[in-house]
Design a binder for this molecule. Structure first.
Ligand code: BEZ
Length: 222
């Protein structure tokens, strides 16, 4: 998958039953995050899903639906959710906040390029990597992060990039290094000087040795 590609539609099983159409599941005008896991009942995955479940209200506030994927069955997922909920501490298993896709055939992981050939199970079969796909309302891939099985993700970082994606989808700004919601932003380089003074009246240019005026800061647009 490349940024800007439309995510192929698919149907699948999940711990909550059948999802007939992934696109319909996302819903009209919504954002979604699909994140994959190497296998059920593995330690790093359990910690990641617990953290995602704790942060689920924050994603919901932003209108972003979460869905996980692991290459085990829906029955296995339902049992695993008990462990994840217990590990998270403050999540009831009946109220686990998002579905987990049962990709035991690996069709979805393979079609979305989520297989990690370096990581194999006891049977020598390659597992899925830790992929994060952020999908926009147009069903296009807006951001992709790919981690190997041995490195757990940081879901606070995923929330941070969601804040940047939602902001930059609406305003002609970009978010600088280590940006967090509320911090100043940069005016996008494609915005002309005339347009920038109209769109961003509080803009400040940083002087640079090159004399080029490309570092244009503005308060975060509302
Ligand atoms: C884990 O989730 O802990 C894990 C899964 C596969 C390979 C390595 C670690």
């Amino acid at each position: 998958m490349k940024l800007g590609d439309v995510i192929p539609n698919f149907s699948c099983d999940s711990d909550r039953g059948r999802i007939g159409s992934f696109h319909d599941w996302i819903g009209e005008g919504g954002w979604a995050i699909l994140f994959s896991h190497p296998a059920d009942f593995t330690p790093v995955c359990t910690t990641e899903l617990a953290r995602a479940a704790q942060l689920a209200p924050e994603f919901e506030k932003r209108g972003v639906k979460l869905i996980a994927l692991s290459i085990d069955s829906s029955t296995s997922h339902r049992e695993w959710i008990e462990d994840i909920s217990a590990y998270a501490g403050d999540i009831e298993k009946e109220k686990f906040p998002f579905p987990i896709i049962a990709d035991d055939s690996r069709h979805i992981s393979e079609s979305l390029g989520m297989i990690d050939p370096e990581e194999v199970n006891a049977q020598g079969i390659a597992l899925s990597a830790r992929a994060v796909l952020v999908i926009g309302p147009d069903r296009k891939l807006k951001l992709q992060i790919l981690y190997p099985a041995t490195t757990g993700r940081n879901f606070d970082e995923i929330l941070r990039v969601v804040d940047s994606l939602l902001l930059t989808a609406k305003h002609k700004v970009a978010t600088p290094v280590d940006w967090r919601a509320g911090d100043a932003c940069m005016v996008q380089p494609t915005v002309t000087a005339d347009e920038a003074t109209v769109l961003f009246p509080a803009m400040e240019k940083r002087e640079l040795p090159s004399g080029k005026e490309y570092l244009r800061m503005t308060p975060m647009p509302k």
